[in-house]
Design a protein around this ligand. Structure first.
Ligand code: CA
Length: 227
């Protein structure tokens, strides 16, 4: 069953969506304000997100921008009451997959959801990254070493995922922070050192491996176990 996150402050609309989507065989969860919606979306456990633009606490645009900068590529369909071209452009600019203006026909939303889900299935074929016995699954948010599960926080997971995607490449602290945390943290590059330490303590120190190398004066490099 595909999981849908509905981030919408108008209860009338979110309940209507929940009912209709349930009827179509989707599993749904509702967040009625921006911050909650953002933290639920960050878990990466949803197949698709329906995101209202105007929300209390954190706007739909800001949620979308943050999720994309964190590497979360869950398809997002934006909703707005305003028929405003600039909002539409901004929404798509920050990484929304599609856009609908309220009021909308449920059939149209369902059709657009199917397209977004289908496109996402295609791009997610590389969801599993392997380095020796270390296997990371971006879809399931799962990391295992030799079939032993490793429990990571969301940020640790994103960092490991970024390192593994760029394996054998030396990455600067600035590059890492920009890609894993987003530009807001750019000044605090030592956050990288802290999280690298966490990853080493959970992986290299536990399994006696040496995946993460420090490259003096530059940053870090993730290396295949065998090398
Ligand atoms: Ca709203």
């Amino acid at each position: 069953m595909k999981k849908v996150l509905i981030i919408e402050d108008e209860a009338k609309i979110s309940r209507f969506l929940q009912l209709e989507l349930k009827h179509e065989g989707y599993e749904t969860q509702i967040a009625e304000e921006g911050r909650k919606g953002y933290s639920m979306a960050q878990t990466g456990e949803f197949d698709i997100i329906i995101l209202d633009l105007m929300l209390p606490n954190l706007s739909g645009i800001e949620i979308c921008r943050r999720l994309r900068s964190e590497g979360i590529d869950t398809p997002i369909i934006m909703l707005t009451a305003k028929d405003d071209v600039s909002d539409k452009v901004t929404g798509l600019d920050v990484g929304a997959n599609d856009y609908m203006t309220k009021p909308f026909a449920i059939e149209e939303l369902l059709a657009r959801m199917r397209v977004a889900l289908k496109n996402n299935d295609r791009t997610n074929t590389a969801a599993v990254i392997r380095c020796g016995k270390l296997v990371l699954n971006r879809e399931k948010y799962e990391v295992k070493y030799d079939d032993t599960p490793i429990t990571l926080t969301k940020k640790e997971f994103e960092l490991l995922s970024y390192l593994m995607m760029n394996k054998n490449i030396v990455l600067s602290r600035e590059q890492i922070v920009e890609n894993v945390w987003g530009y807001e943290y750019e000044a605090e590059t030592n956050v990288t050192d802290v999280y690298i330490r966490y990853l080493r303590s959970k992986i290299d120190e536990v399994f006696g491996t040496s995946f993460i190398k420090t490259v003096r004066g530059v940053g870090y490099q993730f290396r295949d176990e065998e090398e």
